[in-house]
Write a protein that binds this ligand. Structure first.
Ligand code: NDP
Length: 279
């Protein structure tokens, strides 16, 4: 029976360490969050991020805009906060309403304040081995993995290749000397590949798509998926079946989700330290 990897516990440890670091270094970090519209999941995500800020004493500034906000208006508000020296990090909650290009918004955030780690410059740095501002969800996955297993030399299979999760995660695993295979919707015989994984990370958005027969005995399984089914949160991995064969597995909820927030807090403190140093 698999060890259950506890993301809430890992998050709490990181937040405690950050609170201490902020005190010790006499930092006054500030995270600005943008929410456009009232998508209930996004409202909850942003509220949890602000709650984490309060807990570690990161100041937060929240900008809530109506769903019909134009791209020009959002870009102009982001530009204003880029120039504001009292703000260290900027996070725009995705998804955005259809009239706004997520890519344009991502690219509009100053790389120094890109605490989500999804600006092309942050991703390019990641690719060259510089993880000064890693994408939050992949960074959270790596923190959990490093607690659960050695990564070096392992065969890691990442299912999903989005720019915000799958691709940066694959690069971070490669940076840690894993042998990495990336799978996606056009992959042939997915199960034949996932069965080879020592480390299996799944970020697709299809409830319970990874079943017990697709997992090697003793694998470490990280479920990044969040699916709402009949009012409940369900991962991409069939937790009950897979935990019988895996050595360790993350639950949903309570696995990667809390770690994404912990990584955001880490990046915000890192941004504050870097900006303090360059002033
Ligand atoms: P995207 O929709 O951007 O990407 C999904 C990926 O899955 C794509 O690369 C797609 O392939 C691939 N895919 C789709 N169907 C299959 C299939 N049948 N077999 C193999 N691969 C497939 O999603 P995200 O990366 O943004 O998010 C993935 C999941 O992670 C979602 O459930 C999301 O809610 C969750 N998530 C959780 C976070 C957390 O904090 N825990 C944070 C961010 C996301 P292709 O490229 O070919 O289309």
């Amino acid at each position: 029976m698999a060890v259950i990897i506890d993301g809430n516990k890992a998050r709490d440890e990181i937040l405690d360490q950050l609170a201490e670091e902020i005190k010790r270094r006499k930092l006054t970090p500030c995270l600005a969050t943008f929410l456009v519209g009232d998508d209930p999941a996004s409202v909850t995500y942003v509220a949890n991020k602000i709650k984490a800020c309060d807990r570690v004493r990161i100041r937060s500034r929240h900008v809530h805009l109506p769903a019909n906000t134009s791209e020009k208006e959002l870009l102009s508000q982001v530009a204003k906060l880029n120039k504001d020296k009292s703000v260290n990090g900027i996070l725009v909650q995705f998804p955005l309403p259809k009239q706004i290009s997520q890519q344009k918004v991502m690219e509009a955030i100053s790389p120094e304040k890109d605490v989500d780690g999804t600006h092309p410059i942050s991703l390019g740095r990641l690719l060259s081995g510089n993880e000064s501002m890693p994408a939050c969800t992949p960074a959270g996955v790596i923190t959990l993995l490093e607690k659960a297993t050695a990564i070096k030399g392992k065969h890691a299979v990442v299912v999903g290749r989005s720019n915000t999760v799958g691709k940066p995660l694959a690069v971070m695993l490669l940076n840690r000397d894993a042998t990495v295979t990336v799978c996606h919707s056009k992959t042939k015989d997915l199960a034949a590949i996932t069965r080879q994984a020592d480390i299996l990370c799944v970020a697709v958005g299809r409830p319970k798509m990874i079943t017990k027969d697709m997992v090697k005995k003793g694998a470490v399984v990280i479920d990044i998926g969040i699916n709402r089914v009949d009012g409940k949160l369900i991962g991409d991995v069939d937790f009950e079946g897979v935990k019988e064969v895996a050595a360790a597995i993350t639950p949903v909820p309570g696995g990667v989700g809390p770690m994404t927030i912990a990584s955001l807090m880490q990046n915000t403190v890192r941004a504050a330290v870097l900006q303090k140093g360059s002033r």
